[in-house]
Design a protein around this ligand. Sequence first.
Ligand SMILES: O=C(O)C(=O)C[C@]1(C(=O)O)C=C[C@@H](O)C=C1
Length: 626
Amino acid sequence: MNLDEIRSNISRLDRELLALLARRKALSLDVARSKLENPRPIRDQEREQALLVALIEQGRQLGLDAHYVTRLFHIIIEDSVLSQQALLQDLLNPRDQVPAISVAFLGLKGSYSNLAARKYLSRFQAPLIEHNCETFQQIFDTVESGQAQYGILPIENTSSGSINDVFDLMQHTSLSIVGELTQPIEHCLLVAVDTNVGQLKTLYTHPQVYQQCSQYLKTLPGVKVEFCAASSNAMELVAGLKRPDVGAMGSADGGELHGLKPLVRGLANQKQNMTRFIVVARKPIEVAEQIPAKTSFIMSTGQQSGALVEALLVLRGHDITMTKLESRPIIGNPWEEMFYVDVAANVNSPEMQSALKELGRITRFIKVLGCYPSAEVAPTRIPSAALGRRQTAVAQASQPRHSRAYKQDDTRLQVGRFIPTRQEPLLIAELAAWPGEPQLQEAARRLKESGGQVLAVSCFGGDSQQAGQRLQQLRETAARFDLAAMTRVGSAEELARAAECLDLLLLRPEPAQRSELLTAAGRCTRPLLLPLGSDPRATLAEVELILGEGNQQLALLDEEGLSLERLLTLQQQTHLPLFGRLADAGLAPELAHALREAGLQGFCVALAEDSPADTLAPLAQRLYRG
Ligand SMILES: O=C(O)C(=O)C[C@]1(C(=O)O)C=C[C@@H](O)C=C1
C-alpha cells in the first residue's frame, strides 16, 4: 500500500468511528428517556466502572494501552452524561423560542468572561448577542432589566480566591443562579509587535490577574503595572498602542481576537489556574432529580458563639455535603456576617427542603440564590464505598495529636485525586535520578499501565532555574497520564516551591535546618510523607510539631524495613497512614502483599532507568488483585 492508500484507509476508519460515536450518543439519549420514565439517576458509576474495566481488558488484547483506553472513554462517557443531563433539563425547562440568546459579561471581546459566556451558551446552538459591561453591577442591571437573558460572573479562582464583589451583589439581586462552569485560565504576556521582555516598560492588567501572577511580576521589577477594568480592556489598549515597550496580560485565545501574540505563557503562580463562573437569569430553573445538582444560599446567623456551627450541623444532620462556605461582612452592621453556602443537593429534594426549614428557624436571614446542574463530571475510578466514611474526631487536648486517643479513625490522605486506603493502597514509583524527557514519559506510562498512582523523582540539587523546570516537567508529565506527582524536599524553600505544584512532598530525613523544614511543612497544605527513623518515637515527636502547625495531611514512611510487629504497634499508636518502601524488586510483590494485609496504605518502589519493563506490573497485580 502506498501512503495515499494508507491515508485513505485511515480516513475511512475515522468516518466509521464518528458514525459509531454518533450511534452511541443516540443510544445514551435513549437511556436518558428510559431513566425519565422509570426514574433513576443519570450517573451510574458502578456501570461505568464495569464498562471501563471490560474495555481496558479488551483494549489490552488488541494492543491498546490502559491509559489510552481510559482517557478515550472518560471523554466519551463525560459527553454521554452531559448530553443526557442537557436533554432532561431541556424537557423540564422549555425555553422561549427566541431567534438569539443574549448575555451580559465583564469586559470586551476576548475577556475570560467572554470566553466563558461563549462556552456556556454554545449548548443552545443559537446566535449570541453580547452585552459588554464595565462593572459587575452593570451585568446585574442588564439582566434584571431584561436587556440580556443571562449574565456570566466569575465567582472564585483557584489562585486568588473568592471574588467578593460578586458575592456582595448576589445578596441584593432578584436574579437566580441557573448554572455554573469552570474555565481553565492561562495568563500570558501579550504584545502587539515584535519585542522581548527586557524592552517592556508598562504592563496593563486587571487586579485579579495581577494577584494571580504576583510571583512572575516580581521578576520584572522595572516594569510599571497599570490596572484596567478587565483583561480585554488591557488587550484593546495594547493592540491600539502597537508599541514594543507595552504589554497586556490575558489569555492567548482572547489576545488573538485583538491581534496580540503571546510573548510568555503560563504566568500564574498556580499552574492549575481555574475560574468558576456562575450564570444568572431572571427566572430560577428546575433541576431534574436524576442530575447531580448544587444549591447556593446565603444566611446570617446570630452573634452568639456556636451559631454558625449549629447551622452547619443542620446540613450534616441531613447528610448534605457543603462544597463552599464564604463569609462576608454585612454593610452597615459591623457585628454581623453573611455566609454564602454551596451544597451538593437539589433544592427540591426532601432533605434540602427539611434542612432549609430547620435553618430558617435558627438563622436571622436565609435566601436561596438558585439551584443548578453541577458542572463537574468527575471521572469514575474509586469505588464510592471507599470514599463515603466520615471521620469522627475525638479531640482530647491532653493526648498527643498523632495518637488514636486524639483521633480514632485513620487519617484520610488525599494525594491529588487519590485517596489511599488499606484496601487500595497508593503505589508510588520513584526514579533514582532525573531522567531525560522520554524516560520520564515512559516511566509515567508504565506506572499508569500497572495501575499505580504517584510518579516521583528528585527535582532539587541543581540550580534554582533547573529545579523550577524539573518541577514543571514532573507536574505536566504526571498530569498527562492522570497521575499524582511527588518530590523530595530538604529545606523550607524547596518545600515552598514544590508545594506550589506537586501533590505529595517527601521530607528528606536529615537536612541541616530540620526544625525550619518541619515548621514549614506544618504550615503548608500539601500532603506530606515523613520517613520514620530507626527510633519511631523520635519521629512521632516531629509529627507533633507538624500537626501542631496545622497540616493534618501526613503519612509515615518506613524506609528501615521495620518488623511487622513494630508496624502493627505503630498502627495502634497513631491514626496516621503508614507507607512502606520496597527495596528489593524481586521480593516486592510478596512483601507488598503481606504489608498490605498488615494495613499499610502506600508503597514506594524505586524505578531505575534499566529496571525491566515489567517491574511494576507483578507488584501492582499482587497489591490490587490479591
Ligand atoms: O448505562 C447508563 O445508565 C448510561 O446512562 C450510559 C452511560 C454511558 O455512556 O455508557 C452514561 C452514564 C452512566 O453513568 C453510565 C453509562
